[in-house]
Design a binder for this molecule. Structure first.
Ligand SMILES: Nc1ncnc2c1ncn2[C@@H]1O[C@H](COP(=O)(O)OP(=O)(O)O)[C@@H](O)[C@H]1O
Ligand SMILES: [Mg+2]
Length: 299
């Protein structure tokens, strides 16, 4: 759906994006994850043809620079900072954008979908940041685009708003909409995306599924075991198991870092040595661990 090849963008003396390449497949939720200043917004603005850039970008097999108008109808875009005309109501705002885009939509329904049904005829000058963000989301859904590009979509939303937006994104994706979004919030990226590109200082430092990134970086899952009663003896026994890489003890709860294949034998050993297991579960590596390791390795 999106192909980006050797994208480069320089502002004055700052290299904002430095040779970035990636592809977003049809039907995928793909995220750009990185700290502030990593180059996410610049990448997104280039894809949308809002700024000049070096490199090649294609959307749905079309060259961006040649067929901009056509592509813009296909894409819904939620900018990092939404800005609307203060004098217009929510309804008029969407009407205005629908005309710009050349689409006809049921605007009342769209406003209801984003939770602004009570504010249809209110002027946007009185809107909170969260309400503006909701209106921005409605705006980008105009014309049922096949591709959504969302720049930090949950910024400014409260917990409920963010939750609703994530659900909406999942729902749209199930209906076949391809989604590219940027975020600096690891949990959000982890929850939503099929694949993630980790950006830092204008470069993509890693690109893969969360699972594969964890595997590649040898970040291992942890086995969390709750014992009826922990003891120095049991902890020593566990430490002595060859496949155990690390163990953290918090009262009766042990967090054991080990390969997935060793889990069962560790549990057996604990029981054989007289440990009573109350509960156990596997904790998969978090994106945060992946992120920290990737960024460190690339600095
Ligand atoms: N219009 C601009 N003029 C000058 N520098 C810019 C401009 N936009 C972005 N930058 C710089 O480019 C870098 C990347 O910014 P940006 O793409 O906004 O990152 P992100 O979205 O990941 O926070 C930053 O160093 C930022 O200061
Ligand atoms: Mg940004």
């Amino acid at each position: 759906m999106i192909k980006v090849k050797n994208l480069r963008k320089e502002y004055d003396n700052i290299i904002a994006v430095d040779g970035v390449s990636f592809e977003v497949k049809k039907g995928e939720i793909f995220s750009l994850l990185g700290p502030n200043g990593a180059g996410k917004t610049t990448t997104i603005k280039s894809i949308l043809g809002l700024i000049n850039y070096d490199g090649e970008i294609e959307i749905d097999g079309k060259n961006m620079k040649e067929r901009e108008k056509e592509i813009k109808k296909l894409v819904g875009y939620l900018p990092e900072r939404v800005a609307f005309y203060d004098n217009l109501t929510a309804f008029q705002t969407l009407q205005f954008f629908a005309e710009l885009k050349g689409v006809e939509d049921k605007i009342d329904e769209l406003l209801k979908e984003v939770g602004l049904e009570k504010d249809v005829n209110r002027k946007v000058s009185g809107f909170s940041k969260g309400m503006l963000q909701r209106l921005g989301f409605a705006q980008c859904l105009l014309g049922n685009p096949k591709l959504l590009i969302l720049d930090e979509p949950t910024t400014g939303l409260d917990a409920v708003g963010a939750y609703e937006l994530r659900n909406k994104v999942k729902e749209l994706n199930k209906k076949g909409v391809t989604i590219l979004f940027s975020s600096h919030i690891l949990s959000e990226v982890q929850e939503l995306s099929h694949r993630v590109a980790i950006m830092n200082k204008g470069k993509i430092v890693a690109i893969d599924t969360v699972e594969n990134l964890s595997k590649k970086l040898e970040i291992q899952p942890k086995l969390r075991v709750e014992l009826q009663q922990s003891s120095p003896y049991i902890i020593n026994v566990i430490k002595g198991i060859k496949s155990v890489k690390d163990i953290k003890v918090d009262k009766n709860i042990l967090e054991i870092t080990c390969p997935a294949s060793a889990k069962l034998s560790i549990i057996n050993t604990i029981e054989n040595e007289g440990g009573k297991i109350v509960d156990f579960k596997t904790i998969e590596p978090t994106l945060e661990e992946v992120f920290m390791k990737v960024v460190k390795e690339n600095e």
